[in-house]
Design a binder for this molecule. Structure first.
Ligand code: ZN
Length: 347
């Protein structure tokens, strides 16, 4: 049995052998995992033992942001071969479900998502995964970048939902990892400029280093004042809420231009008030994002084309043997850390 990073219960991780079903069906590939990103959700399961209705009740392998090398292919797999470098989409829907048939497989109630109880994640030497949700990495995309495709895919989904038009002014509220990914996806999607607002200056310094991104420290200037000043009082064409913070959500209508769009990406822990009349007075569109569907190949293409560089967001890389320390570091929530990655030993 392989050694995996196991969340035994809230607050307790161990590196140990655990029995996993790794049966290869004709439509699966077996992958030697190489790089895994530590996600806020993994850390939250570690520190809180649950996210919303998903509760850790038995030991679970963590990790869902992964890249690796194909080491075995099922008999019906045609687009991948042994030795291919790949990244994996961690949510596996029921392909025959009503949601899948509509192309919105991310909201298929039957979706099985890595490291969401009771489904095991990928911080283990090998995984078996549907070939249809496994994507070839071009030679110029590293394993580290391949493992960044998962969080970037959320930004991609947000940019698609925003229906960006070339030259739009974007605004992102919240400079956590997902806010940063969303800002970069909005730029790649056609925004002329994206303003990112947060109160943590170290985070703003990291995302503000990208051309096309301007930052707003809301400790100094309220977000609505700053975006009004930047747009001659008009507002942003598309606003992405990535903080999940109640006051930020209440203030959203003030950030958008009349007829603009708001995309809700951040997830408040509890229900929060929403300024409906503020939205109506500008006829704002409101869209929501839950994970992503049909964006992995586009995300890989943007990275391979050099249009999106996610490597500055990889703050620290640690070996698998130190993965508990990597999680403890991530749980500290340092403002200078964006993404911490874990590297599996090369087979
Ligand atoms: Zn993630």
């Amino acid at each position: 049995m392989p050694t995996s990073l196991v969340l035994e219960r809230k607050g307790e991780l161990s590196l140990r052998d655990i029995a996993l079903d790794q049966t290869l069906t004709p439509t699966d590939v077996r992958i030697a995992v190489r790089t895994v990103g530590v996600c806020g959700s993994d850390v939250h399961y570690y520190t809180h033992g649950k996210i919303g209705p998903f509760v850790v009740t038995e030991p679970m392998v963590l990790g869902h942001e992964a890249s690796g090398v194909v080491i075995e292919v099922g008999a019906q797999v045609t687009h991948l071969k042994v030795g291919d470098r790949v990244c994996m989409e961690p949510g596996i829907p029921d392909p025959t479900s009503r949601a899948s048939k509509l192309g919105i497989y991310n909201v298929d109630p039957a979706v099985r998502f890595w490291a969401t109880p009771p489904i095991h994640g990928c911080l283990t030497p090998e995984v078996v995964h549907p070939a249809a949700f496994t994507y070839l990495l071009p030679d110029n995309v590293s394993f580290a970048e391949g493992a960044m495709v998962e969080p970037f895919a959320i930004g991609m989904q947000a940019a698609l939902r925003a229906r960006i038009q070339p030259g739009d002014i974007g605004m992102v509220v919240g400079a956590g990892p997902i806010g940063m990914m969303t800002a970069l996806a909005a730029l790649a999607g056609g925004c002329a400029k994206v303003y990112v607002a947060d109160l943590a200056q170290p985070k703003l310094d990291i995302i503000g280093a990208y051309p096309g991104i301007e930052t707003i420290n809301i400790r100094n200037t309220p977000a609505d004042e700053a975006i009004a000043k930047a747009t001659g009082g008009w507002g942003a064409d598309v606003v992405f809420e990535c903080s999940g913070a109640a006051p930020a959500i209440l203030g959203l209508p003030k950030l958008a231009r009349p007829g603009g769009g708001i995309v809700l990406v951040g997830m408040p822990v509890d229900p929060v008030p929403f300024d409906i009349v503020g939205l109506q007075a500008k006829e704002l569109r409101v869209d929501t994002v839950f994970r992503y569907a049909n964006v992995y190949d586009r995300a890989v293409s943007l990275i391979a084309a050099g249009k999106v560089d996610l490597t500055p967001l990889i703050s620290l890389t640690m070996p698998f043997a130190d993965s508990i320390a990597a999680f403890d570091r991530a749980a500290e929530g340092r403002e200078t850390d964006v993404k911490i990655q874990i590297e599996m030993p090369a087979a």
